[in-house]
Ligand binder design. Structure first.
Ligand code: THU
Ligand code: ZN
Length: 142
């Protein structure tokens, strides 16, 4: 196993390890995420649902919030796992949240149980809106 594979397997394991913490009384669909920072720290998150469904937090958002709160804004890769190992990918909202901090080449590792499918954020969310978009529009009128 190469070093890169070892890191990926570790990150997928970290995403699986937090599945137990998911609070999912409504969907019963557990999601875990593990985010690797540029300095090698791993932050994890799980989904936390709410009786007002739209208040539910997604695993990726929780991981990003934990990492940013701790002072990190540069990320290498993220692993996402569901309790049923179905290769879940981050939803559109989470892709956009990742794009706030990560470049198109961020690796997104999706757990399929006996395999991991790797995407780039750019594949999952091309043409994202970003700070650059807003800077470029500054001073223009419609
Ligand atoms: N979920 C996540 O945690 N991350 C995603 O990006 C996809 C969806 C959660 C939200 C909800 O608690 C459950 O999965 C079913 O949609
Ligand atoms: Zn999401």
């Amino acid at each position: 196993m190469s070093d890169a594979d070892f890191v990926d397997a570790d990150l997928v394991d970290a995403a699986r390890a937090v599945l137990d913490r998911a609070y999912v009384p409504y969907s019963d669909y557990r999601v875990g995420a593990a985010l690797l920072t540029a300095d090698g720290t791993v932050y994890t998150g799980c989904n936390i649902e709410n009786a007002n469904y739209s208040n539910s937090l997604h695993a990726e958002e929780v991981a990003i919030a934990e990492a940013v709160k701790a002072g990190h804004e540069a990320f290498e890769r993220i692993a996402v796992s569901s309790g049923v190992r179905d290769g879940v990918t981050p939803c559109g909202m989470c892709r956009q949240t990742l794009a706030e901090f990560c470049d198109d080449d961020l690796a997104v590792l999706c757990d399929e149980g006996d395999a991991v499918t790797e995407y780039t954020l750019g594949e999952l969310l091309p043409n994202t809106i970003s700070l650059d978009t807003l800077d470029a529009a500054e001073g223009t009128t419609e």
